[in-house]
Design a protein around this ligand. Structure first.
Ligand code: FAD
Length: 389
């Protein structure tokens, strides 16, 4: 069988590697004109995502380009410490730590692996339409034809939309599907050197600021990676961020000032009401099927898990429509659980003065539950040897 994958973000390349592993011919089509080595800020690949990459033999390549996270710490707008989650035992417990990595470095590592395994990626191919043949797959018909904005078309036995939050695959194949919901929060990020940040390397430090949320991670080489989540507004990014953090610990505005390029905004959306993750020979995976707030730090890792599970279902059930249904059945409960947790965490980020008062007092309790939910998410593994039914 030949598989066509739409999107070379996170889930697409990982799926391509898994499908090649089960012996399929794979082609990837990506809208971007080339590998976007300057795109996005950074993300954390959780131990469960690293486990998927490990099973492909590429976790080491990702770990080498990233940095392990050993703890999360939390403080309020006054700079008072209000919680800590120790993650120093993760590597021993799960094989890999949470790995912080620049998005561009993750894309580059995955693209290199596709190239090494000779999986073709067609850049500059923006999907605009999909036709499914009515002929049964047993009759040898190449079941799907994808059309692209550049006039090209590609045929395959099945197609998987790994094309993210604004998935065209989803729009074409499930036209009645609800649109993603905007959470009201915008994300910005940046990389800086210089100002002293009171956070040791290897710690993800989160500040529940007076008007917005700020996260920071410092690398052993002295670089500071940061992100901001806050309400939407019209002012230019730097001005707006300085204004939103003016009453927070002074190192935050200093860091914003010292950042050469402020990246974003990324409006944060959620999508959990996709009625079905497939139609005939077309399936959805990752954010195209279920996008969640980045607060749980699991979107990329779930896309990687999806890829492994979908490959396992195709290996064992062979016919794409049946494999796609089994895939959805197996994945929905886990995705839904993590979606709710991400929503809970997101709702604490901009709570208003009264909410903030309660949050500061209840955070130690939230941290305990949050740590347990995180550990549960991190410990999940797909048993590749087990047969998918
Ligand atoms: C600010 C922010 C921070 C985040 N932090 C984390 C984190 O720390 N940890 C974590 O696990 N997750 C995080 N996430 C979530 C994570 O980035 C996503 O869940 C993950 O990237 C989903 O992977 P994907 O492959 O489904 O989609 P994407 O990575 O979005 O990839 C989709 C790809 O499809 C391509 N595409 C789109 N439309 C078309 C088309 N019509 N034709 C062809 N190609 C197309 C796009 O160009 C893109 O390359 C964060 C998200 C945001 C916005």
């Amino acid at each position: 069988m030949k598989a066509l994958i739409i999107g070379a973000g996170v889930g697409g390349p990982v799926l391509a590697l898994w499908l090649q592993k089960i012996g399929l011919e794979v082609v990837v089509a990506e809208a971007r004109s080339s590998l976007a080595l300057t795109e996005g800020a950074f993300l954390g690949v959780a131990p469960n995502g690293m486990g998927v990459l490990d099973a492909l033999g590429i976790a080491g390549a990702i770990a080498r380009r990233g940095h392990p996270c050993r703890a999360f710490t939390f403080s309020n707008a006054a700079g008072r410490a209000i919680g800590r989650i120790d993650r120093s035992a993760d590597e021993r417990a799960f094989g890999w730590p949470l790995t912080m990595i620049r998005r561009a470095a993750l894309h580059a590592a995955l693209a290199e692996e596709l190239e090494r395994r000779q999986i073709p990626v067609h850049f500059g191919h923006t999907l605009v339409g999909v036709e499914q043949s009515a002929a049964p797959i047993e009759q040898g018909a190449r079941g799907v034809e994808a059309r692209f904005a550049n006039g090209a078309s590609l045929r395959a036995d099945f197609l998987v939309g790994c094309d993210g939050l604004r998935s065209k695959t989803r729009a074409v194949c499930l036209p009645d599907c609800p649109q993603p919901d905007f959470t009201g929060l915008l994300d910005f990020g940046g990389f800086a050197r210089g100002p002293k940040v009171p956070v040791p390397p290897g710690v993800n430090h989160m500040v529940f600021g007076k008007r917005a949320f700020f996260g920071v991670f410092t690398t052993p080489a002295g670089e500071t990676w940061w992100f901001h989540n806050g309400p939407a507004g019209d002012a230019p990014p730097r001005e707006r961020l300085l204004e939103l953090h003016r009453d927070d610990p002074p190192w935050i505005p200093e860091l914003i000032e010292a950042t050469p390029h402020i990246l974003g905004p990324w409006p944060i959306h959620e999508l959990d009401r996709v009625p079905a993750w497939s139609r005939g020979r077309v399936a959805l995976l990752g954010d195209a099927a279920h996008a969640m707030s980045p607060s749980a730090g699991q979107g990329a890792s779930l896309a990687m898990e999806d890829a492994m599970e979908l490959a396992r279902c195709l290996r064992d059930l062979r016919k794409p429509p049946a494999a796609f249904r089994a895939f959805e059945r197996r994945r929905r409960p886990r995705v839904d659980r993590i979606f709710r947790e991400a929503q809970r965490q997101s709702s604490r980020k901009a709570p208003g003065p009264v909410g903030a008062w309660f949050r500061d007092r209840l955070l130690p309790l939230f941290v305990r539950f949050g740590a347990a939910a995180q550990t549960e998410a991190y410990s999940f593994r797909i048993d590749w040897e087990e047969r998918a039914e």
